[in-house]
Design a protein. Structure first.
Length: 99
């Protein structure tokens, strides 16, 4: 099962690259900061890799290891999202009129 999952994953890498290129071109035409796009793509990558790893662990009968992999993925995603959340909060604060 591991080989089948890995084979499917490798087969889809080309499609994922096309999607990433499309997202980057849309972001550049919309004048979105590339740092935000790269961070979001990293977050998506971590989510997929963590899910894939957790499923492999579950298939191997290691349910507790799968839950730890999922937790690690969530913590990494949160750590990467902090700068984006900070920028969002700062933008909202600047939009609120001061008295």
């Amino acid at each position: 099962m591991l080989f089948a999952g890995t084979g499917i994953f490798l087969f889809l890498v080309d499609q994922v690259q096309k999607i990433i290129s499309m997202i980057e071109s849309l972001a550049s035409s919309a004048n979105v900061n590339s740092m935000y796009i790269k961070t979001i793509l990293k977050i998506i990558g971590i989510a997929y890799i963590a899910e894939f790893s957790a499923q492999i662990s579950k298939d191997a009968g290691l349910g507790s290891m799968a839950s730890k992999v999922e937790l690690a993925g969530k913590i990494l995603i949160l750590a990467l999202a902090v700068p984006i959340l900070t920028a969002l909060v700062e933008t909202i604060i600047t939009m609120i009129p001061s008295n």
